[in-house]
Design a protein around this ligand. Structure first.
Ligand SMILES: C[S@@+](CC[C@H](N)C(=O)[O-])C[C@H]1O[C@@H](n2cnc3c(N)ncnc32)[C@H](O)[C@@H]1O
Length: 246
């Protein structure tokens, strides 16, 4: 997939006159059409306003705009927190190599880790950068960076993180789960299904300081080889692979 991948038919619109210049800049950047009035909107639309970027699928009746929010918490109770156990007690830094809409990345920052979020779809990385730029907490911001690009290329060039986290999309998710949530549906529409995840896992194992953690649906096959550890949740599990340091 090319780095400048843009969903077919994506339109950019400004929700106010004040947001027009930014909307124009983004539509130029993405090579998409800029639509001024709301009547003409169809399909997937990136809405630009002074309060941030939001994505909306106008082909879905009653759909609400999706806005990324770094402050929205889904931090679970400590004893049930599989993810903390999967990351390990010594983890201080994470590369989220499949950042998507950033729910996991933002969660890692809230847990106190230093986080590098890598996302290869430009539209999505723009939304991540915009959401982070609205965070009022400087200490939070100091521990977070977004990189747009292909993780297999970036991981060897970055400072080694304790954990590399992978949450790739895969073709069988919809057969195994109930109706996927709005964010997941949009992600699939924009990013497609992830190919090359096994190569990504192999690269991650070579460059992780401590381990690679892969998020999978509970009953899915492992991404590559059998993991060194598994942490089973009700609908998902975390597969842990110890690093193969160079
Ligand atoms: C299932 S989503 C991740 C969801 C994310 N964990 C969240 O909390 O929103 C997978 C994302 O990883 C991105 N991705 C997959 N493989 C990648 C790669 N090799 N390099 C960079 N981004 C990748 C896809 O474009 C997609 O946005």
């Amino acid at each position: 997939m090319s780095l400048s991948f843009v969903p077919q038919g994506l339109t950019v619109t400004a929700n106010s006159a004040a947001a027009l210049a930014q909307a124009r800049q983004i539509s130029d950047d993405l090579g998409t059409v800029l639509v001024a009035g709301s009547e003409a909107l169809t399909g997937l639309v990136l809405e630009v306003s002074e309060s941030g970027l939001a994505l909306r699928d106008y082909s879905q009746p009653k759909s609400h705009p999706l806005r990324l929010d770094v402050t929205r918490s889904r931090y679970p109770g400590a004893t049930r927190d599989l993810l903390a156990r999967a990351l390990g007690k010594k983890c201080r830094s994470v590369i989220d190599a499949t950042a998507g809409f950033g729910a996991d990345s933002f969660d890692f920052v809230r847990r106190g880790y230093r986080v590098t979020a890598i996302e290869r779809v430009r539209l999505i990385s723009l939304m991540l950068i915009d959401a982070a730029s609205r965070c009022p907490d400087q200490e939070w911001l100091d521990r977070f960076q977004v990189i747009e690009g292909e993780s297999i290329d970036w991981i060897p060039r970055l400072h080694r993180a304790d954990v590399i986290f992978l949450d790739p999309m895969f073709p069988d998710i919809e057969k195994k789960t109930a109706q996927p949530r709005k964010a997941q549906q949009l992600l699939r529409q924009i990013a497609g299904s992830d190919s090359g995840s096994v190569d990504l896992l192999n690269t991650a194992r070579r460059f992780a300081g401590q381990r690679v953690v892969v998020k999978r649906p509970r009953s899915a096959r492992p991404l590559g080889a059998e993991p060194d550890h598994r942490f089973m949740g009700r609908s998902i599990r975390y597969d842990v692979y110890f690093s193969e340091k160079l």
